[in-house]
Design a protein around this ligand. Structure first.
Ligand code: SF4
Ligand code: SF4
Length: 432
């Protein structure tokens, strides 16, 4: 029987051995005025104005939420320029010239334990909203909306599984700052009223378990435990993580909170910690450059840093004559981009650069591997066929909307058909 989860080569072993370089040399920082969830936006600063770290410089506006934009360095607002964002689109960005003083805005002040203990749920939600926090695991879903549920929450799950190959951003965070994850989890438990917290990590990451356990001991008044899950893909998909870490089966499409669960990525929890304790927005992320076309390196870099700077700092491309394939994110779920002029945003954690290989799609041999492998039990090959003839009714019957774009169907296809790309297009076509 073909498995619906797989142990796939994850490329992380070598990346984890590389040191994490704290990149603070960016002369200019670029802040997209829009995002995939917020197609409109406006700035509230003018050219020549000096801004400080944490200062609000604009607002991104979406259909159901607004996200404040914050400066991540101190310096002068010097203009606008177009760059590529996390979704691969070219967008307008506000430019701040770094003065390298890293001055904090006057609003950035630590809260005391007493102040935090006195916070109500509504105040927690407001803090998270004002910090502009979104799901840092890649979803970019507004964190305050998740936290603001009326459902009774029994358990908050900290998802540190990070199953996508080549991604070690959460790993880097848990190794260097496990305490922020644990404290962020405690704040999310306080805000939601949950009595229990569980941190899900891969069983094989013993070093992470040790560091987290060390921190958990310090907060023994809280019921927090670690759940160790297998090294399978897509183990980090929330439905699967909850099933394996908590033993709760939640049907796809149902709000997790209806089952008493809130699920946050570990980096999101660390950002909740920074917002509540320090009144800080997300300032930095861990990011890896990997692939056979580039000198591999890990960084901790400011939101707003240009990827071209990191590429240069890593030693550049190995051979600029060879055509490259650029993937933002992991190889299974990432986005192909055509230029490296990319701005680091909240959800940027990886750039993969592969020397181009000519992979020719062969005709389908009806092996059904894609069907047996699909974790949400839909039929990729049938969906592809329905999309090719643009049959919306059949696409709906085949429940294309259930696809989580995990990439497994493409991975297993012996004919090298880009099924996931068909799934993305079919989902978009069927939803119009
Ligand atoms: S990409 Fe979609 S269709 Fe393909 S295996 Fe994953 S969930 Fe199934
Ligand atoms: S895995 Fe590829 S070859 Fe096999 S049925 Fe699916 S599309 Fe066809």
């Amino acid at each position: 029987m073909i498995q619906k989860t797989r142990c796939i080569p994850d490329g992380k072993k070598e990346l984890k051995k590389l040191p994490i370089d704290h990149h603070t040399e960016a002369d200019y920082l670029y802040y997209p005025v829009t995002s995939a969830r917020c197609p409109e936006g406006e700035t509230c600063v003018r050219g020549g104005q000096f801004v400080k770290i944490g200062e609000v410089i604009g607002t991104r506006k979406g259909a159901f939420f607004e996200q404040p934009m914050h400066a991540t360095v101190s310096g002068e607002v010097v203009g606008n320029e177009k760059h590529v964002d996390q979704s691969g689109k070219i967008v307008d960005c506000l430019i701040v010239k770094n003065d390298f003083k890293y001055e904090l805005h006057e609003t950035i002040k630590d809260r005391t334990n007493e102040e935090i203990d006195a916070l109500t749920k509504e105040e927690f939600v407001e803090i998270v909203k004002e910090a502009g926090l979104v799901g840092l695991g890649g979803s970019a879903f507004p964190t305050y909306i998740k936290l603001n549920t009326d459902d009774k929450i029994d358990v908050v799950l900290a998802n540190g599984v990070e199953c996508e190959p080549n991604l070690i951003s959460d790993y880097g965070l848990m190794m260097t700052n496990p305490r922020a994850v644990v404290e962020g989890l405690i704040f999310a438990m306080k805000a939601s009223g949950a009595k229990k917290g569980v941190i899900a990590i891969k069983k094989k990451y013993k070093e992470i378990a040790e560091r987290l356990e060390f921190c958990i001991h310090e907060f023994s008044q809280y019921d927090i435990s670690i759940a160790k899950v297998g090294n399978f893909y897509p183990q980090g998909w929330e439905i699967m993580t909850i099933k394996n870490a908590l033993g709760i089966k939640i049907p796809q499409g149902v709000l997790l909170s209806k089952y008493g669960v809130l699920n946050f990525n570990v980096s999101t929890l660390a950002s909740i910690f920074a917002a509540v304790r320090h009144r800080l927005p997300v300032l930095e992320r861990y990011i890896s450059l990997s692939g056979n076309g580039i000198h591999n390196k890990n960084f901790r870099a400011r939101i707003g840093t240009l990827m071209t700077e990191l590429i240069e700092s890593a030693g550049g491309y190995k051979d600029i004559e060879i055509p490259k394939v650029l993937i933002l994110g992991g190889p299974m779920m990432g986005t192909n981009v055509t230029q490296d002029d990319i701005v680091m945003t909240h959800t940027t954690t990886s750039l993969i650069v592969q020397n181009e290989e000519q992979l020719h799609e062969e005709p389908c041999i009806h092996c059904a591997s894609c069907v047996y492998s699909c974790p949400v039990e839909i039929q990729p090959v049938q969906i592809m066929n329905a999309y090719k003839v643009r049959n919306k009714d059949i696409l709906k019957q085949l429940e294309v909307n259930k696809c989580i774009e995990c990439g497994l169907c493409s991975f297993v296809c012996p004919s090298k058909i880009h099924l996931t790309e068909y799934m993305r297009k079919a989902k978009s076509f069927a939803s119009k």
